[in-house]
Design a protein around this ligand. Structure first.
Ligand code: HEC
Ligand code: HEC
Ligand code: HEC
Ligand code: HEC
Ligand code: HEC
Ligand code: HEC
Ligand code: HEC
Length: 337
């Protein structure tokens, strides 16, 4: 059954932005190839499926994994178990992780495919060593609400089943227009009814009109915001892995706290949502607020200051092969002397 749904999902994905394309074609074009749009895909036919097919994957002295086009078998001597692999999470910047069904329950597969270096490896959060049985070797069971959360951050149009799990029949894989803007039916009807633009604009949610903090919290719904009550002035010292959660760092920086208007949208296009590796682009954003700060000229002891990011938003590698950009904009410790 899930296999059929996967293909249904693919068809929906191609059609996901169609209702908006008629009038917002340029945005649709940009968004459709973005990391967001590609953050979830049906496992069969995914890059993950073809990547795994080329490897012999086994636990050391333990279970061996055999991959077919839409499933995996864990085997050790006589003990074996087969689960379907239905979804590949992640576009593969760092890794792709498969989620499937075994015995009527969702499971997160034990092996992920890492992009650097290109090879399978244990999924973060899973235990090393030899598994207890073939069924546990397949991966970790996800209770319905857990599976819901997982899909909800990587897809569009998801509803809940009565047991709190993900209703995959309404889901479109990947993050598309209506995941951020809400349902567009009333909006399109308003345009067709020739209502004036000011009224049309009110028919669709746009977090760009919210105050900075609320706007950041919308992105933080998936990229994580600080937990309520969490008051870390230097979150990256409390928990080095928190640099993975850009809103946490950004919301602790003086640029955010004291300007009252810095948000993710100051620096990122929510539709292309690409990583540019273009420090000069970001320097322009910094100078939008700091150009006239005479103190900067004095404080940054440097002749050419066009590239602010390497000193004030340095790269951080909290775990092997994971490099993030520290979003708590500041005078980094190593620089301050
Ligand atoms: C039939 C044409 C049409 C279609 C289809 C359409 N829109 Fe729009 N959209 C408009 C018009 C017209 C405006 C107002 C433009 C302006 O600002 O003058 C607008 C504005 C918007 C805005 C800006 C609102 C604001 O206040 O800033 C968003 C966001 C938006 N549309 C999203 C969508 C999404 C998502 C879809 C698909 C579900 C969609 N639109 C489909 C015509 C359309
Ligand atoms: C529905 C959940 C969700 C929301 C809301 C969301 N993101 Fe994302 N974002 C993701 C996921 C998941 C990825 C990872 C895509 C992948 O690599 O598979 C991602 C990737 C990105 C990337 C690319 C990162 C990279 O390493 O290439 C940027 C930039 C980004 N998001 C910015 C934003 C901004 C800005 C907002 C708010 C306007 C936002 N996101 C809202 C889930 C979300
Ligand atoms: C709260 C929202 C959220 C939940 C829940 C969530 N993710 Fe993600 N996921 C993200 C965001 C945001 C990113 C991109 C930033 C990053 O790498 O941390 C991401 C990135 C990833 C990546 C790396 C993508 C790449 O291109 O390298 C994988 C793989 C992934 N998620 C799998 C999963 C799986 C499997 C689950 C459920 C077991 C899950 N995620 C649950 C938000 C979420
Ligand atoms: C990750 C969340 C996210 C997704 C996905 C997304 N948008 Fe947006 N969109 C935003 C945000 C945030 C803004 C406000 C940008 C700003 O004010 O700088 C915006 C602004 C807009 C606007 C009005 C301003 C402009 O740039 O013209 C339109 C129209 C729009 N989006 C349409 C779409 C369509 C169509 C899609 C799907 C192809 C889409 N959006 C997907 C978050 C998103
Ligand atoms: C929306 C406006 C805004 C933007 C954009 C902005 N800042 Fe700031 N920044 C501020 C304000 C306000 C302060 C606090 C008062 C001051 O020092 O001017 C500040 C403070 C700082 C500080 C001192 C931090 C500390 O902890 O003492 C540094 C360093 C800094 N900004 C660098 C940058 C860099 C680099 C960028 C671009 C990556 C940037 N800012 C973007 C508004 C902004
Ligand atoms: C002052 C500018 C600035 C602001 C504001 C900002 N970012 Fe970034 N972001 C960057 C830079 C610089 C990079 C490094 C990648 C590049 O060169 O494009 C980056 C990278 C990222 C990445 C890729 C993974 C990583 O950490 O390198 C994600 C995801 C992201 N930002 C999300 C967000 C979100 C969500 C917000 C709002 C909380 C936000 N950013 C606010 C400048 C900014
Ligand atoms: C070579 C590293 C380096 C570069 C590049 C750099 N800075 Fe700095 N910046 C520093 C250091 C170090 C300090 C702290 C100096 C001190 O405390 O005496 C600082 C301080 C600051 C401050 C705080 C001033 C204050 O005392 O309130 C701001 C704002 C700032 N820089 C903005 C920028 C901007 C904007 C850019 C890019 C146009 C930039 N910096 C480029 C190293 C750098």
């Amino acid at each position: 059954m899930t296999g059929r749904l996967s293909w249904l999902g693919l068809a929906c994905s191609l059609a996901a932005a169609q209702p908006c394309a008629e009038c917002h074609l340029d945005i649709v074009r940009r968004q459709e190839s973005s990391p967001h749009a590609r953050s979830l895909s049906p496992f069969p036919g995914s890059p993950m499926a073809s990547a795994l097919a080329g490897f012999r994957v086994a636990e050391k002295n333990g279970y061996q994994f055999e991959y077919g086009t839409r499933g995996v078998t864990a085997r050790r001597a006589e003990d074996s178990a087969t689960g379907t692999l239905d979804w590949a999470f992640g576009r593969g910047k760092y890794a792709m992780t498969a989620v499937g069904v075994f015995n009527g329950q969702f499971f997160e597969h034990r092996m992920s495919f890492y992009t650097q270096p290109k090879q399978p490896g244990i999924t973060p959060g899973h235990q090393y060593g030899v598994s207890r049985s073939a069924s546990t070797a397949l991966g970790l069971v996800e209770q319905p609400p857990q599976a819901f959360r997982c899909f909800n951050c990587h897809s569009t149009g998801l509803r809940k089943t009565p047991d709190g799990g993900p209703d995959l029949t309404t889901m479109t894989p990947g993050i598309h227009c209506e995941r951020c803007h809400g349902p567009g039916t009333a909006h399109i009807a308003a345009v067709r009814a020739k209502r004036p633009p000011a009224e049309v604009r009110k028919t669709i949610f746009n977090s760009g009109h919210l105050p900075a903090r609320a706007s950041v919290e919308v992105c933080g719904g998936c990229h994580r915001a600080p937990r309520p009550g969490q008051k870390a002035e230097a979150p990256e010292l409390d928990d080095p892995l928190s640099v993975r959660f850009q809103p946490v760092g950004l919301m602790a920086s003086r640029c955010f706290l004291e300007s009252g208007k810095l948000s993710c949208l100051t620096c990122h296009d929510p539709h292309a949502n690409e990583v540019r590796h273009e420090p000069a682009f970001y320097a322009g954003k910094c100078l939008g607020c700091h150009e006239h700060t005479a103190r900067v000229i004095v404080a940054c002891k440097r002749e050419q200051r066009q590239d602010c990011q390497p000193c004030h938003m340095p790269d951080a590698t909290p775990a092997p092969f994971l490099t993030f950009t520290d979003h708590r904009i500041r005078v980094a410790e190593a620089e301050a002397r």
